[in-house]
Design a protein around this ligand. Structure first.
Ligand SMILES: [Mg+2]
Length: 296
């Protein structure tokens, strides 16, 4: 029988098709930071956020930011305020907070020290997830309404290494030569306008994946597709992938708070929902499954 030859032919065919598939499939992970990559509870207490951990040299300004938190935070989760009004309130809150950081003369040294003294911890398995993705050259975008400079410092101090595939899209500070904060770069990212920033976020993904000028080339013989794994702890985080031309998006939601009231909506919105401050192992498994089945 000439079955052997036939099987050889089919092997070549598969190899070509495999090449095409490999060329066509690009993957990206988009992750929120606070309460998603980081734990909600740390040592039995609420873990701190990238905003919340910050202590300025002048404690008067910390008190002012705390007063803003106490006023605006309940409004952020109010079920009665319409979304447009809420978005304005969030803009107000973030704007005032950023101004207090500038007025209070925040220094980079204070950031370093705040992170060193903070109660912020990554979920177990986050480092392994980043390593797994780095080995496969899959970009990870950390998309946060927090503060980019603090997130970077948290990564430096808590993980002790950097990942070439990890990029941060968040509110970025500009310091003067003395290391004092003078302004913020670009448009404000607050908790309710992540979708408006989705395009800024998409640019580094396209860049990482080798698209020219961050534009997807639809005329390519094999249309480029991106499979996105999205990680968040708020429904608003689902807007993070709006700017990407993706084929498939698998969303993972961490439901940290008010579980009874939120479970139904989270289950509807996210493909997978984790409760009780779950570690990242399930996502590591999911990522490895996605990587192994895509070639099958
Ligand atoms: Mg969050």
């Amino acid at each position: 029988m000439e079955g052997c030859d036939l099987s050889n032919v089919s092997v070549v065919d598969n190899a070509l098709s495999l090449q095409n598939k490999i060329a066509a499939i690009r993957r990206a992970v988009i992750a929120d930071f606070d309460g998603t990559l980081t734990k909600y509870m740390v040592n039995g207490r609420r873990g701190q956020s990238s905003h919340g951990l910050l202590r300025q040299e002048n404690p008067e300004f910390d008190a002012k930011r705390k007063a803003l938190y106490e006023y605006y935070h309940p409004l952020e989760f109010s079920p009665t305020i319409p979304i447009q009004e809420k978005t304005k309130l969030m803009e107000e809150w973030w704007g005032k907070t950023h101004n207090l950081l500038i007025e209070g003369g925040l220094t980079y040294d204070a950031i370093r020290e705040s992170v060193a003294n903070s109660a912020i911890t990554f979920r177990e398995g986050v480092v392994e997830l980043f390593e797994f993705l780095e080995e496969r050259d899959i970009p990870v975008l950390i998309f946060s309404a927090g503060l980019a400079d603090i997130i970077e410092e948290v990564l430096r101090q808590k993980v002790h290494r950097s990942f070439r595939n990890v990029k941060i899209v968040s509110n970025r500070m500009i310091f003067d030569d003395d290391g004092r904060l003078i302004s913020f770069k670009g448009k404000l990212i607050h908790s309710l306008n992540k979708n408006e920033h989705a395009l800024d976020m998409a640019a580094p993904v396209h860049e990482h994946l080798g698209d020219v000028d961050g534009v997807i080339d639809d005329s390519a013989s094999v249309k480029k597709r991106t499979n996105v794994l999205l990680l968040g702890d708020h429904l608003g985080d689902l807007g993070m992938s709006d700017g990407l031309d993706y084929e498939t998006s698998i969303s993972v939601g961490f439901l940290n708070d008010n579980i009874e009231n939120n479970l139904a909506s989270y289950r509807k919105a996210f493909d997978v929902v984790y409760l009780n401050d779950a570690p990242m192992w399930g996502v590591v498994k999911l990522a490895s499954e996605l990587c192994s089945t895509e070639y099958a």
